[in-house]
Design a protein around this ligand. Structure first.
Ligand SMILES: Nc1ncnc2c1ncn2[C@@H]1O[C@H](COP(=O)(O)OP(=O)(O)OP(=O)(O)O)[C@@H](O)[C@H]1O
Length: 244
């Protein structure tokens, strides 16, 4: 089957992306593009460069060389404009532990100039089932609750592109369900890029899959053009190469 999204405008356009730390190339000449509405799952062993790539795509880190365009905007020339279009859910929850859930959310809502911030914040807190804990400080939250709040935080600006760095880490089965439902309800018209160690789940969710190893792209393709068993075989081989 042909790639159903092939004619959509591009959400991401990455060309010759390289990141060097000292004498180590964390990413080596990575190029790919992703149409709007796609869900890209990125797999690879520890140290493959997945988080490094996500950090650059979400403007948290600068490439050593290469270019990134997000929704047509050059990330180097106009990182602030890129930030208006993206949301990031990562290990680092970017929440202030001493502030309440409500205070944290209101802070980001104001940062993004959200119109009617209180209504938007309450809507998001309800979506992640945390509205009843809105006056509690984040310090008192469990890992999963913190993760749910960081999901709400990342959606405050109604992003076109959502980056997810191992979003299932630390979630209990109920939170995984809430998360999956939330993502499903958000997929229409939005683009997702998810780093995952869960091959089964990550592959099931995606429209495009990428395998990274030692900073290089081994495979990047629409899922329709991939055979899961072959991809699984490659994953085992790649992970077998050990930590980069
Ligand atoms: N700030 C840094 N300084 C030096 N080296 C770094 C830094 N960040 C990442 N690296 C190196 O870059 C490489 C890629 O790391 P990265 O965190 O992107 O891997 P990953 O694929 O996300 O791994 P994991 O599955 O373990 O999360 C590794 O060799 C790592 O040691």
């Amino acid at each position: 089957m042909a790639d159903a999204l092939a004619n959509e405008p591009l959400a991401l356009e990455v060309k010759k992306l390289t990141k060097v730390f000292g004498d180590r190339k964390a990413l080596d000449n990575v190029s790919f593009s992703l149409p709007q509405g796609a869900f890209l799952s990125i797999f690879g062993p520890n140290g493959a460069g997945k988080t490094t790539m996500l950090r650059m795509l979400s403007t948290l880190a600068r490439p050593t060389s290469g270019t990134i365009r997000v929704m047509g905007i050059d990330a180097k020339e106009d990182p602030d404009k890129v930030r208006d279009h993206i949301g990031l859910i990562s290990h680092n929850s970017m929440l202030y532990p001493d502030l309440t859930a409500m205070e944290n959310m209101m802070f980001v809502a104001r940062l993004y100039g959200v119109v009617d911030p209180e209504a938007r914040v309450r809507e998001l807190l309800r979506a992640v089932e945390l509205d009843h804990r809105r006056f509690d400080s984040v310090r008192t939250f469990s890992r999963g609750m913190t993760q749910r709040l960081s999901i709400a935080r990342a959606l405050i600006n109604d992003p076109d592109v959502v980056f997810l760095d191992e979003p299932y880490a630390g979630l209990d089965p109920h939170a995984v369900e809430i998360f999956d439902e939330l993502i499903a309800s958000l997929r229409e018209g939005r683009t997702f890029v998810m780093v995952s160690h869960d091959l089964q789940k990550g592959f099931a969710a995606c429209t495009h899959a990428m395998m990274l190893a030692r900073g290089r792209v081994m495979v990047c393709s629409p899922k329709d053009e991939l055979d899961f068993d072959e991809f699984k075989g490659l994953y085992r081989e790649t992970v077998g190469m050990g930590v980069a």
